[in-house]
Design a protein around this ligand. Structure first.
Ligand SMILES: Nc1ncnc2c1ncn2[C@@H]1O[C@H](COP(=O)(O)OP(=O)(O)OP(=O)(O)O)[C@@H](O)[C@H]1O
Length: 269
């Protein structure tokens, strides 16, 4: 899946063209007195898969949730610092979090289709955001999204069936299709394969590789093998700090920080 030469060329090209999608500066997150994210600075590239790795509780999911303001829904969470999406501060009071989450979609650990038909799972977002003028346009969006979710062929003859009638792996691809239906620019994935078997995992990983042609994809994973397979850039978190960030190939073969080395060699975590 990953040809290191191609990745370096692509990543360098992205850097050359200054294709930074998300810029975080001096980000702190507190849950009450717990300082969960400390002084995080990071530039996440467009059309790239970025993996967040690190031991349990190091803050990967917390930082991921900052990028689409999902932490707003947690009463005791407090965020400081700056996160820019295409240069715009996503915490500016003028930003509507609902609109932001259409642009910065999210896929969760457990597939969570709505208790609706396959068609309505996809059509829900485009309907509330007014993306289709009529049924024909909505049909088009539904088909396009299911194709991007690499699940169209499996469901095209049963769009009226409940989303929950699909297998776990199919449900997760349905949720990815649902996330892309609102034309996002960034896709956040929080351990999207942890509830899937190896075959479904391979299918979702292949899909992630395809998605980076269009989106900036950020994935939290506990699996270093998965990070190595699907990502071009990796960020290693430890105790709330972003310890090291760089080309995935460098992080795994030539880490600069002793904490990264300990983690990837299995000494911490
Ligand atoms: N909703 C919450 N309320 C209070 N504290 C939280 C909440 N979510 C996370 N935390 C705390 O923030 C810290 C970072 O947790 P987080 O879930 O971001 O880590 P993680 O690296 O994603 O862990 P894991 O790999 O186990 O999912 C931990 O100390 C955790 O207890």
């Amino acid at each position: 899946m990953n040809d290191p030469r191609q990745i370096s060329a692509q990543t360098e090209k992205a850097l050359d063209s200054n294709d930074i999608k998300i810029r975080a500066r001096d980000v702190q997150v507190y849950y009450g007195d717990n300082h969960a994210i400390k002084d995080v600075d990071v530039d996440i590239l467009d059309k790239t898969v970025t993996a967040f790795i690190g031991p349990s509780g190091c803050g990967k999911s917390t930082f991921l949730r900052c990028i689409n303001r999902m932490n707003d829904t947690i009463d005791i969470a407090r965020i400081e610092g700056e996160i820019l999406l295409d240069g715009q501060d996503i915490y500016d009071p003028s930003i509507d979090p609902v609109q932001l989450r259409a642009k910065v979609g999210m896929v969760f650990q457990k597939p969570n289709p709505f208790p609706k038909s396959i068609y309505d799972n996809i059509a829900y977002g485009p309907r509330i955001h007014g993306l289709a003028r009529n049924r024909a346009e909505l049909d088009e969006i539904v088909e396009k999204s299911l194709r991007r979710g690499a699940i169209w062929d499996e469901v095209k003859d049963r769009l009226d069936a409940p989303g929950t009638s699909l297998s776990g792996g199919q449900q997760q691809r349905l949720c990815i299709a649902r996330a892309v239906a609102t034309e996002p620019e960034v896709l956040l994935m929080d351990e999207p394969c942890s509830a899937l078997d190896p075959i479904a995992t391979a299918q979702v990983e292949e899909l992630i590789d395809e998605l980076r042609a269009r989106y900036s994809v950020v994935i939290v994973t506990h699996s270093m093998q998965q990070a190595a397979r699907v990502s071009q850039r990796t960020a290693f978190f430890h105790l709330g700090n972003l310890v090291e960030y760089g080309l995935t190939s460098d992080i795994f073969t030539n880490p600069r920080d002793s904490r990264t080395e300990s983690y990837i060699t299995g000494r911490i975590g």
